[in-house]
Design a protein around this ligand. Structure first.
Ligand SMILES: NC(=O)c1ccc[n+]([C@@H]2O[C@H](COP(=O)([O-])OP(=O)(O)OC[C@H]3O[C@@H](n4cnc5c(N)ncnc54)[C@H](O)[C@@H]3O)[C@@H](O)[C@H]2O)c1
Length: 243
């Protein structure tokens, strides 16, 4: 069944790619907004029989996100789901975090969700239907050093979600958050490898989280079954953080 188009930001790699693949299997055509080439995601989506469109988009740019919404409408038609997954997570102490770095992290992680909502919510309001899933992180509820800008940005994502949900409920649009725990992606490896040894042991389900462990939550939040769930945060971290 065709469910319309789902937009996934940062869907060229990592967790976003897994969201795109799952939403395609669920029956959505997929549009990926990413700074990087999304051809691997294209192959995965097209293998499900769904249509795919991607463009080089910087989610922290008002012009780039607005242009993307026009391009998606032209290529794939109405957007029914928006997953604001693009994010960056530089491991920097507070002392090492200068204002430029702070603004960059806010620009992608928080402004990006705002700008993509600005670009796609008007169409959802017009059609009186939509699903928005923003991506935070379970680190927001945990003791994680060297991530001040990141954790602040993800706190902003939760606040933005709650506020936007309050405004859009009357228009048939839900807005929720998935907050993953430490997940096995290429970008997460390299800088702080030791966390993969000790963090999973603190989870109720004590193994490393794979992108595929997260996709069911996003699938539910984009589905008809979640029609009365809005403003909420679902932590998918194997049961470490509790809210
Ligand atoms: N991996 C984890 O352990 C983990 C844990 C909790 C939350 N998250 C969140 O999940 C999301 C995805 O994480 P990931 O590990 O898959 O990351 P990743 O680095 O593997 O993928 C992120 C994608 O976003 C794209 N991107 C970055 N800046 C962009 C911009 N300005 N405009 C458009 N695209 C941009 C990148 O090109 C990349 O393809 C992020 O929001 C991250 O904060 C990840």
């Amino acid at each position: 069944m065709n469910k319309g188009t789902a937009v996934v930001t940062g869907g060229a790699a990592g967790i976003g790619q897994a969201y795109a693949q799952r939403l395609a299997a669920d029956g959505f055509d997929i549009a990926v907004a990413d700074m990087n080439d999304a051809s691997t995601t294209r192959a995965l989506v097209e293998a499900t029989g769904r249509k795919f469109y991607s463009a080089a988009v910087n989610v922290s740019s008002p012009e780039s996100t607005l242009q993307f919404s026009a391009d998606v409408a032209a290529h794939l038609g109405p957007v029914t789901a928006l997953v604001n997954n693009a994010g960056i997570y530089p491991w920097k102490s507070f002392a090492e975090t200068d204002y430029e770095m702070w603004r960059k992290v806010m620009g992608v992680n928080l402004d990006g969700a705002f700008l993509m909502a600005k670009a796609f919510v008007p169409g959802m309001v017009e059609r009186q239907h939509g699903r928005i899933v923003n991506v935070a992180s379970s680190s927001l509820w945990l003791n994680v050093p060297d991530m001040t800008a990141y954790i602040a940005s993800k706190g902003g994502v939760v606040g933005f979600t709650r506020a936007l949900a309050s405004e859009l409920g009357k228009d048939g649009i839900t807005v929720n958050v998935i907050a993953p725990g430490l997940t096995n992606t290429k970008s997460m490896h390299g800088t702080n490898e030791e966390i993969f040894d000790y963090l999973p042991k603190l989870q109720a389900i004590p193994r490393t989280i794979q992108p595929g462990d997260l996709v069911g939550v996003v699938s539910f939040l984009c589905s008809a079954d979640s029609a009365f769930v809005t403003g909420q945060t679902i932590i998918a971290d194997g049961g470490q953080a509790r809210i």
